[in-house]
Ligand binder design. Structure first.
Ligand code: ADP
Ligand code: MG
Length: 612
């Protein structure tokens, strides 16, 4: 075959393939045009998964009669003139390709009336040729009807999935736009039946209740704008909703991201979202999230992909960390601590029928595990009578051994007034200088000594804080520390937080700070080291309100004060930890979400040993 230039029709059909992959791509382009036209109502109608018919109606500004033809020309757009315009783009479209592409591979009817004109225009095109043009009466706005998509590109038609699949793609697209534009009314009619509608209240939550369902939405945490981390970096605002760690999914598909009102795919940002759940969610699970990312238009290149589904950031790291930080802050601030409530006790029979505590001992799921363990409590009393929990090992064997390594397990912290949240556990010994091996009514329990102790200290701190009596320990002789000026002013700025935490600090002139008292938990730690631990937090100070900063520091204090892995513990010390853990409100995870305890059930052991 000789070299020749393709006919315009074939060239258009080929080019269309890049923009229009499936019916949902048509819906996407038409919705974007409606939004660009300032519509406050967008109605989408499809028949047979969009193959037969797609109709998008809007009440936007419409197209003037003089320009209606031009809308179908290739590279015809009203949205940009020069390439630099992309740097301050505030429309979704700019390529001038969509209507041209759609017309090349379907039969299109455009009915439009510009808000400034008295009558409207009706245009019909098929296979890229305009076939009919008339003046018509019509309401202001635009209705684009696309019929028989891919009728003249049989190869593409063959690749379409069944109606159900195409319908699903369209539904997900319409619901995503509805989330991104809560002030616009969206409706979706599928084969004559209304499948979805929003009310344009302008409140994202109203849309999410519909798109995610009320049950899922109940477990969503609001992501709020964070102050910029550094003034010299481009501002990135992240808002929206993200799920509690409990509400997780097996894939990343429930993470929906918008950049400046555009639905985007970005594996790195998706990773940033799931990364924010690090240690709070098992590795192979993913959150549900709907996040609006706003960046200055010149910080993002939208001209990367014909379908505009991918964008490129000028400072991807800044966006990444802004997303991660905003989500993380939402989780840390708002996720409810897993609490064992009385109600769950009565539900325990439900869990029993699932095989209860024998399931997935190593996952971090909080609420579920709490419930799973809950049912063992029922057997605990009986067990306790048969086998006295503290009897069988002579503690003298190990007593005193390494006891000076013990830092801060406060005495009398058994808190018998607290309800028991774990079954009574008998300490058998220590493994790897890091784990306490215990036995309970339903098998073997391995406890991470550091994680468990952190949990205990944290809850102790919380209850002291609630009683407004955080234990503070006076220094025998006041200690002075030399600090950078910035650190001194940080400490002064947060003087109130510090004293609530149990610090008594006194500026001593210049760069010197005098420490008169420390939180009792930190009594065993070098005072200046203790201050350093806290300064780190004050500096990075994600500072989402004083309260949280205080909690953040409390976490840090607990971590520093807790026994470390590698510390040899005496039996008494281990018993102390276990007794206290048994009465923690959320004994199954450390305050950072790592598990404190792994349960190996009696059944599991029997199975492993081939006894069943
Ligand atoms: P782009 O959106 O990239 O400009 P399109 O091919 O999608 O290209 O549309 C071409 C032009 O037609 C747009 O720039 C706009 O001026 C006009 N147009 C298309 N759809 C609508 C609509 N629903 N309301 C008003 N104008 C529209
Ligand atoms: Mg467009």
């Amino acid at each position: 075959m000789s070299i020749h230039v393709l006919s315009e029709t074939v060239a258009a059909q080929i080019a269309a393939g890049e923009v229009i992959e499936r019916p949902a791509s048509v819906v996407k382009e038409l919705i974007e045009n409606a939004l660009d036209a300032g519509a406050s109502q967008i109605h989408v109608e499809i028949v047979e998964g969009g193959r037969r018919l797609i109709r998008v109606s809007d009440d936007g500004h419409g197209i003037t009669m003089a320009e209606a033809d031009l809308a179908f020309a290739r590279h015809a757009t009203s949205k940009i003139n020069r390439i630099e315009d992309l740097n301050h783009l505030n429309t979704l479209g700019f390529r001038g390709e969509a209507l041209h592409s759609i017309a090349a591979i379907s039969r299109v009817t455009l009915v439009t009336r510009s808000t400034g004109e008295a009558s409207g225009t009706r245009l019909h095109a098929a296979g890229g040729e305009i076939q009919e043009r008339r003046r018509v009466g019509s309401p202001a706005g635009t209705v684009v009807t696309v019929e028989d998509l891919f009728y003249n590109t049989p190869a593409r038609l063959k690749f379409l999935k069944n109606d159900v699949t195409e319908r699903r793609h369209i539904t997900s697209l319409v619901t995503q736009y509805a989330m991104a534009y809560p002030s616009v009314v969206f409706s979706l009619l599928q084969d004559g039946r209304e499948a979805f509608r929003t009310y344009g209240t302008g409140v994202l939550a109203d849309v999410l209740v519909k798109t995610l369902g009320a049950d899922v939405f109940r477990d969503m945490l609001e992501v709020q704008p964070q102050p910029p981390s550094r003034p010299d970096l481009p501002p990135v605002e992240v808002t929206g909703f993200t799920s509690t760690p409990d509400q997780n999914r097996s894939n990343r598909g429930h993470i929906t991201l918008f950049v400046n009102g555009r639905i985007i795919r970005d594996s790195s940002l998706t990773y940033a979202v799931s990364q924010a759940y690090h240690t709070l969610m098992p590795r192979d699970r993913f959150p549900v999230a709907v996040l609006m990312i706003a960046v200055p238009p010149d910080e993002v290149d939208v001209n990367v992909h014909p379908t505009k589904a991918e964008v490129r950031f000028r400072s991807p790291d800044v966006v990444f960390s802004a997303v991660q930080k905003a989500v993380r802050t939402a989780i840390i601030q708002q996720a409810p601590a897993p609490i064992v409530s009385r109600d769950t006790l009565s539900e325990s029979s439900r869990w029993q029928s699932y095989g209860g505590a024998t399931r997935r001992p190593s996952t971090l799921g909080s609420r579920y595990q709490q419930q799973e363990l809950e049912l063992e409590l029922e057997g605990a009393g009986e067990y306790g009578q048969r086998l006295h929990p503290e009897s069988s090992m002579p503690s003298s064997d190990l007593a005193g051994y390494g006891s000076e390594a013990m830092t801060a397990i406060p005495q009398g912290m058994g808190r018998p007034s607290q309800p028991r949240t774990l079954p009574m556990l008998r300490v058998l010994g220590q493994a790897g200088a890091a784990y306490i091996v215990t036995e309970g009514p339903a098998g073997l329990y391995l406890i991470d000594q550091h994680a468990a102790h952190e949990r205990i200290l944290f809850e102790q701190y919380l209850s002291e804080q609630a009683a407004q009596a955080v234990a503070s320990q006076q220094m025998l002789s006041a200690v002075t520390v030399e600090l950078p000026l910035a650190a001194i002013s940080l400490l002064e700025e947060h003087a109130e937080d510090m004293s609530r935490l149990g610090f008594e600090l006194e500026p001593f002139g210049g760069q010197t700070m005098r420490i008169r008292a420390l939180p009792a938990m930190l009594a065993k730690i070098d005072p200046s080291e203790a201050l350093q631990i806290i300064l780190g937090d004050l500096e990075t100070g994600s500072k989402p309100g004083q309260q949280t900063l205080e909690q953040q520091i409390a976490l840090r204090v607990c971590k520093a004060a807790a026994v470390k892995a590698g510390q040899i513990l005496s039996i008494t010390e281990m018993q102390d930890i276990v007794r206290q853990l048994e009465r923690c409100q959320a004994p199954l995870t450390c305050p950072h979400g790592r598990p404190t305890l792994i349960h190996i059930s009696a059944e599991q052991l029997a199975r492993e040993f081939g006894r069943t």
